[in-house]
Design a binder for this molecule. Structure first.
Ligand code: BTN
Length: 264
């Protein structure tokens, strides 16, 4: 913990709370946010009992083998721009994982970190608003660092991976955590100081779903098309037919593989 603090010299190193086990780092960070905790508070857990993923799913954080962390932010953004916090976290995590491991990590819209279409991590952004103001936001990040395939249920084993599985060796969680926090601070400062376009440009460079055929599921509706890009609030632009672009606010993207197989 002292080591982590010394590796994170900026705002996200000021108040790092490390715990062995917690229900969910996002839930705790949100409770701390409601209690007035400072911008930049970070909650890290060695394992989570009720880790939460997007769309009400659960998230598996095996003890001491993954990164589960949440960051409390008090951003001067409008609620409609909250998706940009996910965009910036995806960019930051992708860059941090690339520089810490040299693996070709990429982003799958909106919040997945993937290697060759297999999920290596995810981001869950939750926002508490009052009227037209964001009171606080919690960015939750889960990375499969040293997880083994047996840590996941059989139905997920073919669609997830870990840094250890990809590199063939154990990877240092503390160094990777520090790299993520430092990158998030870098991109947060860019976003808040009016650099939205630089952030979106970087996201497009790191995204592996653009230009590909995808299927998007929104509740029970299914849309097929080409992932053309994201707009300036981070929404997916899906070309569903010649000349028709649908803006997707939230949903599940399944990439259609060239072989005809699909990958969630
Ligand atoms: C997803 O891909 O569905 C998002 C997964 C986010 C998981 C992280 S782990 C740390 C933080 N605490 C949680 O309960 N969830 C997020």
């Amino acid at each position: 913990m002292d080591r982590l603090t010394s590796l994170v010299p900026g705002v996200f190193g000021r108040n790092i709370i490390c715990l062995e086990t917690v229900d969910s780092t996002n839930t705790l960070a949100s409770d701390l946010g409601s209690g007035g905790a400072i911008h930049g508070t970070v909650v890290i857990a060695d394992s989570q009992v009720k880790g939460r993923g997007r769309l009400g799913r659960s998230w598996i954080s095996p003890p001491r083998r993954s990164i589960a962390l949440s960051i409390l932010l008090r951003p001067p953004l409008k609620p409609g721009d909250a998706t940009l916090l996910t965009v910036l976290s995806a960019v930051a995590c992708c860059r941090a994982l690339r520089s810490s491991t040299t693996l070709q990590v990429s982003i799958k819209w909106p919040n997945d970190l993937v290697i060759d279409d297999r999920k290596i991590g995810g981001i869950l952004t939750e926002v508490k608003t009052e009227g037209r103001k964001i009171l606080f936001a919690v960015i939750g990040i889960g990375i499969n660092v040293n997880s083994d395939s047996g840590d996941f249920p059989p139905d997920l084993r073919n669609i997830v991976t870990s840094l250890k599985a990809e590199t063939g060796r154990e990877c240092p969680r503390t160094l990777i955590t520090a790299a993520i926090l430092n990158e998030i601070e870098y991109w947060y400062d860019i976003l808040i100081s009016g650099g939205r376009n630089s952030l979106l440009r970087e996201w497009r460079t790191l995204c592996s779903s653009l230009g590909r055929e995808v299927i998007v599921t929104i509740d029970r509706e299914i849309f097929a098309g080409i992932a053309e890009g994201i707009d300036d609030r981070g929404m997916l632009l899906l070309r569903i037919s010649e000349g028709t672009i649908k803006t997707i606010h939230s949903g599940d993207v399944t990439m259609l593989r060239k072989s005809g197989r699909t990958q969630e």
